[in-house]
Design a protein around this ligand. Structure first.
Ligand code: FAD
Length: 309
């Protein structure tokens, strides 16, 4: 049986009291700026804290929602009956062989830009992607012809009642915006990425700078500004999701405070005061309309987390 109160006491006893929040609105921690309260909420700053807090929560059978940047999730209006752990472990180092060893709370865009500046190729495509390395490893984030599957060599995983263990990238079973970790429902997921080893290759600094500038410019032109979670749907076998949504005449369609972006149809925006229910209703409407128009099934890229009815 889950025991939230016992977990709260355990955490206070271990000295986490000052950082432990109750009923923290998750809207403050997601790029959608949407999400109800989490019963318990804590951020972890070192690997040791991460391991300790996660093991305590698992030991008390309390549902754990792990958040990196919160840029690829839609949190329910009812929030979470459990604990939200926010990953702020942000250490990294680059070996002479181009192997980047990074904690999973590192900002992907930041580390990408830094490695490029050091003259290493491999993460140029990632310079504008918000969120953490951990979220990117789980979701096989990618853009402009690159993705995590191309560069991840191994990860360090934490599981209940075990010391952290290394796993080779092959075992992550990567495919388009998918991994063996993402395949597990967030509530049942018992594997946390603590660190990742990323293999980079030597590059020409000027050429790399040109590439990243190009990626940044493309992103600025194409990406809507505002509260959202990036692309809502995966591309289908034949078409980009945004193309299908636009062709179905849905650009600008609104439900409550949620809107299909007039700039890029695969982005649903919180225009102010949108609820998770508004966004979910708009997702359903888009899927239904695209299916009725083109017999194409749109699969969400984002994850719905928390207490959905
Ligand atoms: C404006 C905008 C543009 C975007 N552009 C792109 C793009 O070009 N390409 C792209 O692929 N994505 C894009 N995204 C989506 C998002 O930024 C990426 O998917 C990112 O990698 C998610 O990282 P995160 O830390 O925010 O993950 P979160 O949203 O915090 O988490 C996502 C999932 O991963 C799990 N998770 C997070 N960290 C860990 C960990 N350490 N161990 C185990 N599980 C973990 C969470 O529990 C959750 O289930 C965009 C989003 C926005 C808002």
């Amino acid at each position: 049986m889950m025991s939230l109160e016992e977990l709260r006491r355990d955490l206070i006893e271990k000295g986490y009291g000052e950082r432990l929040l109750t009923n923290e609105p998750l809207a403050r921690h997601t790029s959608f700026a949407i999400g109800g309260p989490s019963d318990l909420f804590i951020s972890v700053r070192t690997k040791a804290e991460f391991v300790e807090v996660a093991q305590m929560a698992w030991g008390r059978n309390v549902p754990v929602l792990l958040l990196g940047g919160g840029t690829n999730v839609l949190v329910a209006d009812a929030g979470l009956r459990g604990i939200t752990i926010v990953n702020e472990c942000r250490g990294y180092r680059l070996g002479e062989d181009g192997l980047l060893l990074a904690e999973s709370g590192v900002w992907l865009a930041e580390v990408a830009r830094w490695t490029v500046q050091q003259g290493w190729a491999g993460l140029e495509w990632a310079v504008g992607i918000p969120g953490t390395l951990g979220g990117a490893v789980v979701g096989n984030a990618g853009a402009y012809g690159g993705c995590m599957a191309d560069v991840v060599r191994r990860v360090t995983l934490l599981q209940p009642n075990r010391d952290p263990e290394e796993m080779d990238a092959e075992q992550l079973d990567y495919s388009y915006r998918m991994s063996a970790l993402k395949q597990e429902n967030w509530r049942a997921r018992r594997r946390i990425v603590l660190e990742a080893a990323i293999q980079l290759t030597p590059g020409d600094p000027e050429e790399l700078a040109r590439k990243t500038e190009n990626v940044s410019t493309q992103r600025r032109l194409r990406t809507p500004v505002g509260c959202c979670a990036g692309s809502i749907f995966k591309r289908t076998m034949q078409y980009p999701a945004g193309f299908l949504i636009e062709q179905a005449g849905l650009k600008g369609r609104r439900i409550g405070g949620a809107e299909v972006s007039p700039k890029h149809a695969n982005f649903l925006m919180n225009t102010g005061g949108a609820t998770a229910a508004d966004v979910k209703a708009l997702i359903d409407l888009v899927q239904k309309t695209v299916w009725a128009s083109f017999a194409q099934r749109l699969e969400p890229e984002i994850e719905l987390v928390g207490e959905w009815a």
